[in-house]
Design a protein around this ligand. Structure first.
Ligand code: PMP
Length: 415
């Protein structure tokens, strides 16, 4: 098996665009398997941002001077590019730039949730939600009197769809579901859940933080009402995230933050709001980051999102199988295949996940250990923490081998 071409991506050529992957620690080359937390940034993205700072840096909102015009156009274009990437036909009006997925979820919760929810309403989450959704809706529910329900995760790591049908009722105001679980790797049937929500007159929000970077996503095919993701997990910069919302719904929503750049008319008594999406983007926005996100989308589309998905699935399957062969490794989430994204969470018998991550670090293998912002799910799994290896377009089979080989050291030291 070729170690360089995984799926049909030319991994060697891809790696050449990421100087950070050349780093070594005490002579050992870095093996970066923490991509579900943050991916690295390829040269075309770094270049686009540097170029923006070198040539067009200015504030947006259509200043009269040339640089401001250029910055405004670049910023606006980035919205259109993202809309196109995720199949939002309403273009820039449906794409709100935020700081990250977490802020996108808070925007929805504060803007729509606080105003629309009441004691008779239910918000349906799943047991595998990231704290970004779970904590946010818990708090909004407390403030509005709404209640929160959780669709159960079954023993295979998938959503119990029978339970979903019981949970989603005419009392449901919103279903909030993670598209690809950052802990279990499960790819959830979001289109089916959207249908269920809509059948009961509810909206659906999809947390796509792990999905948009790793597979083709079409928000209109899913029929998501709202959808969120982060730039830094998709070869883009930190500091920028996206909230997609159907135009009609965003139009009806109140702003979440107030200030300059989002208004139409201000008097001493009152103010009115500007057009979408600017109504939700007050103050100086992440302009260079938007330029970087635009470049990241170009970069990913050039690789081909179907190929990215195939690469993710193949590496996850390889890692899953190699870890499963070990006998003393417990793996969480579905078996490899179309229902598993490119990450594997696991525990090595007798070794705390943090100790394991620390031993891995001695081998220059970067993995994550902890609850991955899914504490209640870990409680359900009966563990306080897990180790997580997550893959991106530049990872290879050899890097998975390095992960598996380092397990021996952990056994010797701790087990
Ligand atoms: N949802 C999921 C599924 C995630 O994996 C993450 C990041 N771990 C988030 C939300 C939050 O993303 P961010 O930190 O970029 O806001």
């Amino acid at each position: 098996m070729s170690q360089q071409n995984v799926g049909s991506l030319d991994v060697e050529a891809i790696r050449a665009e990421y100087p950070i992957l050349e780093r070594e620690f005490d002579g050992t080359p870095l093996v970066y398997l923490d991509n579900a937390a943050t991916t690295h940034t390829p040269e075309p993205v770094v270049e686009a941002m540097s170029d923006y700072y070198r040539t067009s840096n200015s504030n947006v909102h259509r200043g009269i001077h040339q640089l401001s015009q250029e910055a405004s156009i670049a910023y606006e274009d980035a919205h259109d590019r993202v809309a196109d990437f995720i199949g939002a036909s309403g273009e820039r009006e449906e794409i709100v730039f935020t700081k990250n997925t977490t802020e996108s979820e808070n925007l929805l919760a504060y803007s729509w949730g606080l105003n629309e929810l009441g004691p008779d309403d239910e918000v349906v989450l799943t047991e595998m939600e990231h704290h970004a959704s779970l904590v946010t809706w818990q708090q909004i529910a407390k403030r509005t009197g709404a209640s929160v329900k959780y669709i159960e995760v079954d023993e295979t790591g998938r959503l119990d769809m029978e339970h979903a049908r019981e949970c989603i009722t005419d009392d449901t105001a919103l279903v909030s579901v993670v598209h690809v679980s950052n802990t279990l790797g499960t790819v959830n049937p979001v289109a089916e859940l959207a249908d269920l929500a809509h059948d009961h007159g509810a909206y659906i929000f999809v947390d796509g933080a792990q999905a948009v970077p790793t597979r083709p996503v079409d928000v209109e095919a899913i029929d998501a009402d709202f959808y969120a993701f982060s730039g830094h997990k998709m070869a883009g910069p930190t500091g920028i995230g996206v909230l997609y919302g159907k135009k009609k719904l965003l139009e009806e929503m109140e702003p979440y933050l107030y200030g300059g750049g989002m208004i139409r008319k201000v008097t001493f008594e009152d103010s009115t709001w500007g057009d979408l999406p600017w109504k939700f983007e007050p103050g100086t926005p992440p302009i260079a980051e938007a330029v970087g996100l635009h470049a990241a989308v170009d970069y990913l589309e050039e690789l081909g999102m179907e190929r990215v998905r195939a690469h993710e699935e193949e590496l996850a399957a390889y890692a899953y199988d190699r870890l499963a062969e070990e006998g003393d490794v417990e793996i969480y989430g579905p078996e490899p295949g179309a229902e598993r994204g490119g990450l594997v969470s696991f525990n090595l018998e007798g070794v705390h996940a943090h100790d394991l991550a620390s031993i891995m670090n001695d081998h220059a293998v970067a993995i994550r250990a902890g609850d991955h912002c899914t504490q209640p799910l870990h409680d359900k799994l009966g563990v306080a923490a897990s180790a997580r290896a997550s893959f991106y377009v530049y990872n290879t089979h050899e890097e998975v081998d390095a992960l598996v080989e380092a397990l021996d050291d952990a056994r010797q030291l701790f087990a």
